[in-house]
Ligand binder design. Structure first.
Ligand code: NAD
Length: 365
């Protein structure tokens, strides 16, 4: 993972390519159009398993270097996620720099679509933070390499219910590994983030009789969800200290760090957020050493991309659901492998994802 502070010296020291190659990216494309205000970067990490698919993030980055860092990190994450899910997809991601509330326009999105089209199918875009299915329809006017279009247009629609389903099944598999039973009845889940995924996940947990402790940056969202599914609300900092069985990070990345891992009073971490480990190696090990089972984020939050992939193949809700259900046995296998090898669950997931890419690369050579 590249931190911003690592990237700036890399540019200054003329070592940007070294950085990109260390992370294994194939190409990084800068897209500019002053007329519409478009400043975008398309990161294509790998096309070994298929076209690089990953969402379009529209974000007000303070510095251009932050946007480069984000796109490199996220594109690599998509390679791992798509590989671990067994999809015929490589990994990529795009970012548009700017405040979407201020600069997003149909013309800017169409122009971005032209840049995606220019990649000739090596990159397929989709929605992400700051973009919506409606935005994808403008991009689609210029390229067919855009997925996640609304259901009423024959697309796969909102990926969140599928992501939540995958996380829920992964929680059950994790409970099976830790407690010997996958029932979540009576278990307490500390849910961070009452957004799209968090809400669908909470509904499934409530149906199964789990107890919920909910936190959201916007307290009213947490209160609303607690009213809807039952449960108690705690502050954004308190969520790390509550006694629970499972901590489910469904808000931001990097919430597992030296401070929070020491505070957790749970047996399992299993949530939808991307890049949960602030430092993959260090904090993956710290969680293991504390005897907490960590469900690797990029494996268990693949439900959304599995659903989007089905859209590329020809949308079929039942097939997408079946594929999401395979996360349960995949995760149990992964836990067994990690234990047998004495490595962290994150390392085991990384190995699984990278092995598939390396084998495909070798077969092509
Ligand atoms: P969302 O924006 O709908 O919800 C996130 C929620 O987290 C918001 O309600 C926000 O207020 C809250 N939040 C932000 N900072 C917080 C903090 N410090 N403490 C507590 N709550 C905080 O997003 P989402 O679509 O539900 O996605 C949740 C996470 O899962 C994100 O990290 C996303 O990248 C990841 N993810 C989502 C999908 C998907 O299909 N939506 C797929 C894969 C991964």
């Amino acid at each position: 993972m590249v931190a911003t502070e690592d990237l700036l010296p890399a540019v200054a020291d003329n070592a940007l390519f070294e950085q990109i190659q260390t992370m294994g990216h194939e190409s990084v494309v800068f897209c500019s159009d002053p007329d519409t205000g478009l400043k975008a970067i398309i990161g294509i990490h790998s096309t070994v398993l298929g076209p690089a698919l990953g969402g379009l993030r529209f974000w007000h980055y303070e510095r251009d270097a932050d946007a480069v860092t984000d796109v490199l990190r996220l594109a690599r994450g998509m390679s791992l996620k798509n590989s671990a899910a067994g999809l015929g997809l490589g990994g990529g991601k795009a970012v548009i720099i700017g405040d979407p509330a201020k600069i997003k326009s149909p013309a800017l999105l169409r122009r971005f679509g032209e840049f995606v089209e220019g990649q000739a199918g090596r990159y397929i875009t989709a929605e992400d933070v700051g973009t919506t299915t409606a935005d994808i329809t403008y991009i689609r006017e210029k390229t067919k390499h855009a997925t996640g279009i609304p259901e009423e247009m024959g697309g796969s629609g909102d990926p969140s219910p599928f992501t939540a389903m995958g996380v829920y099944l992964s929680m059950k598999a994790s409970a099976k590994h830790v407690y010997g039973t996958d029932s979540l009845q009576g278990r307490t889940v500390a849910l961070q983030g009452a957004g799209h995924v968090g809400t669908y996940l909470a509904e499934s947990l409530q149906k199964e009789g789990a107890k919920l402790i909910i936190s959201d940056y916007f307290a009213d969202r947490a209160e609303k969800l607690a009213k809807h599914v039952g449960g108690t609300v705690v502050g954004t900092n308190e969520i790390y200290d509550v006694a629970a069985d499972i901590y489910a990070p469904c808000a931001l990345g990097a919430t597992l760090n030296t401070d929070t891992i020491a505070r957790l009073r749970v047996a399992i971490v299993c949530g939808a957020a991307n890049n949960q480990l602030a430092d993959e190696a260090l904090h993956g090990q710290m969680i293991k050493d504390r005897g907490i089972l960590y469900a690797p984020d990029f494996v268990i939050n693949a439900g959304g991309v599995i659903n989007v992939y089905q859209e590329i193949l020809g949308y079929d809700r039942a097939k997408a659901t079946q594929k999401v259900e395979t996360l349960y046995p995949t995760l149990l296998n992964l836990y067994a492998q990690a234990e047998a090898a004495g490595i962290t669950t994150h390392q085991a997931a990384l190995q699984m994802a990278m092995d598939r890419i390396q084998k495909a690369k070798a077969a092509k050579a």
